[in-house]
Ligand binder design. Structure first.
Ligand code: GDP
Ligand code: CA
Length: 331
């Protein structure tokens, strides 16, 4: 069975780690007895160049989390990290100082930047980093959504003038507290889907949308030319998990992002962003949303407070997908 998932950073990574745990305990989902392969399409809109190094926050969160090296409480960055390099950069007055990079994490960015400078495409860099983290041994293939450099920018009001700043500056430095007018993804219009990305959607048996940010994680991947059409066209059932509980994101500022694009912070409105390809949607037990023709709504606890809870949630999404089966015969 081929499972394909679209993922941002922490929400996506925790869900997928839960899915791996679930599959380790239930290796043959549904009636299938073939081995399961999981292809993850990662958001690269968060990517940024800092100190001359290319940093891919969401891809690295996926690598570190699935590879067992993540800082558990933070949800991103490396466990047992030190910060000598950034302390020294700060002593030099090097900017920016609002983005935390640990020493081990720096090694990832140095290695990636070295390979990119040699002309190695990002997808191949990610393949090498995936080897380092043992993803292949888990049956996991991580694909960046595109090899074309793209960057999400946020248009803000700056004393009456509109100005675009990098998404990371808005999210990390300003904690999304500066009102956003809109999101612009520099480079996305001329980007092409990364190697294997469209095939992974078209040829999947199951497509899962973890509870990643619908605007700046999943929304960016959906903007890669061809991805949305592939999701509309695939025979695989598409099952998603809401990132909102009681109208609030579990962490981060998805509600602020939704507001900026004029969408209500409800599971129903988020499902509306995926309406053209979504077959089933998992929402929290007290969510008022109900099934309707073409969309099966399932109520269940959505909090991934532990690996077991994440495994239960991912297992429920997968079970729903296998019950729907191929051919999009939903509801
Ligand atoms: P980021 O790139 O690190 O911001 O991570 P993602 O885009 O992958 O995921 C962020 C989203 O995950 C946020 O909107 C959160 O609401 C959601 N999220 C985080 N933890 C949980 C959880 O335990 N359950 C659910 N349902 N959503 C979660
Ligand atoms: Ca992100």
């Amino acid at each position: 069975m081929r499972i394909t998932a679209l993922a941002g950073g922490v929400g996506g990574a925790r869900f997928l780690r839960g899915l791996r745990r679930h599959l380790a305990q239930h290796p043959t989902p549904g009636s299938s007895d073939e081995p399961v392969s999981l292809t993850v399409i990662g958001n690269t809109g968060d990517d940024i160049t800092l100190f001359g190094l290319r940093v891919c926050p969401d891809i690295d969160t996926l690598l570190y989390t699935l590879g067992g090296g993540v800082h558990e409480e933070q949800g991103w960055g490396r466990a047992d990290e030190t910060h000598s390099l950034s302390d020294e950069l700060a002593a030099l007055g090097a900017e920016p100082q609002w983005f935390t990079l640990g020493d081990k994490d720096f090694a990832t960015h140095v290695y990636r930047s070295q390979l990119l400078a040699q002309g190695v495409p990002l997808s191949q860099v990610v393949a090498r980093l995936s080897e380092r983290w043992g993803l292949g041994q888990q049956g996991v293939t991580l694909l960046p959504m595109t090899d074309t450099p793209v960057e999400t920018h946020v248009v803000i009001d700056d004393g009456g003038d509109q100005r675009a700043i990098h998404f990371q500056e808005w999210w990390v430095r300003h904690r999304a507290a500066v009102p956003a007018k809109r999101f612009v993804v520099a480079g996305l219009d001329r980007a092409t889907a990364g190697p294997g990305v469209l095939e992974a959607i078209r040829e999947a048996d199951v497509v899962l949308l973890p509870p990643s940010n619908p605007v700046v994680s999943i929304g960016i991947i959906l903007g890669v030319p061809g991805v949305r059409d592939a999701l509309r066209g695939t025979r695989a059932p598409v099952v998603g998990v809401s990132p909102l509980i009681d109208g609030r994101p579990v962490r981060g500022h998805a509600d602020v992002c939704l507001q900026a694009i004029g969408v209500a912070a409800t599971s129903e409105a988020v499902a509306g962003l995926y309406a053209d390809f979504l077959d089933a949607w998992l929402v929290s037990p007290d969510d008022p949303m109900q099934s309707r023709p073409g969309l099966h709504v399932e109520h269940r606890p959505l909090l991934m407070g532990s690996l077991d809870a994440a495994a239960d949630l991912a297992g429920a999404a997968l079970a729903r997908a296998t019950r729907l089966g191929p051919g999009r015969t939903t509801a």
